[in-house]
Design a protein around this ligand. Sequence first.
Ligand code: GDP
Ligand code: MN
Length: 392
Amino acid sequence: MKLHEYQAQRILMRYGVPVPAGDLATSVDQVRQIAERLDRRVVIRAQVLTGGRGRAGGIRLAGNAAEAERLAGQILGMSIQGYTVSKVLVNEAVEIEREVYLGIALDRELAQPVILASAEGNVEIAEVARDTPERVWRKPIDPLLGLRVYQARELAYDIGLEPEQVSSFVSIAMALYRALVDHDAFLVEVNPLVICPGSHMVSLDARMVVDDNALFRHPDLVTMRDETQETEAERLARRYSLNYVGLNGDVGCLANGAGLAMATMDLLRAHGLRPSCFVDLGSGATKERARMALHLALSSRPRALLANVFGGIAPCEAIAQGILAACQELSLAVPLVVRFAGWNAQEGRRLLSRPGVTLVDSTFDAVRQVVDLIGEMGPVRPQLLSEGAQIP
Ligand code: GDP
Ligand code: MN
């Protein structure tokens, strides 16, 4: 789950990271009041869960309260990459001498956190790392030892900070690491970290992404979820307790149990295919959840669907009923391969024996069928849904 900037800013403030003074507003009146109270130049910052707000006109500098009110009128209600702005952060404007990047992210290949810094701020760090890796400095963090002060200090020198700037940088880096660990975050990022005249530092733009699977032990974070900033698919998946991850490939992949879903995707990849989504029905799948899973899988615009189900806690038959219901609602136009094994597999197969559905017993056969189906299609994407079909 991504946190809003104002939420991340409040968290980092509690860890001693210097942030600009300010407050959150949902109306132009509130913006004016906050700007009057701050009584200096302010920056109005659109709160949307996407980057590049500055370029989109979502970050504007105002000289006084009247101008702040006028600019807020333009920003509130605007759309940035499909996200509507309903809240703005009003921060005191900061005088910038230099901008740098500082972030800590979970590196899935190293399977440990990595602290990253760059001599330039306000950058898309993944792009910089890809195109000019020599401009990104990184240190893997041993999770048992945590971030060591010497690592943060080395990083400060790597990005060319002046000796008198190093200790603030180190304290901020240490604070970011504590915030990351305490909140089970995948990412804590300050972009840019600003060096002001006189060498003190301010976090200008904070970002945090926390692990959904750890939310059960962070009741304070659960209340921070902003449903207005989720995609329709994400919202539905959460409502029906399905794990949904949108991907960019061709095969809509559903399975009951994350392990089975992962194994199925691995097999697809081994055959040169890529999943368009991952939908995990969970162990106690019901007809209703299976129905919604199919809807979600189709929203990822696959060329073929693969449902890999082992009837253990839930019978295959219940899942078949859900799939059948969704097929009928959608007048499914995408080929569907279903593998049923375990409890009531036979009954499940009987329910789904209809045109457009290929029924198999094993995961290997299921993947082979999908490979053949996609091979026959060639490069053209088929019509996915009948006219007017929608996710209910
Ligand atoms: P983003 O576009 O969503 O990443 O938003 P940022 O907060 O990173 O703002 C983008 C850029 O706007 C920063 O890198 C700064 O150059 C500029 N900016 C934002 N806030 C201030 C401020 O308070 N003072 C000054 N001088 N520039 C600012
Ligand atoms: Mn930024």
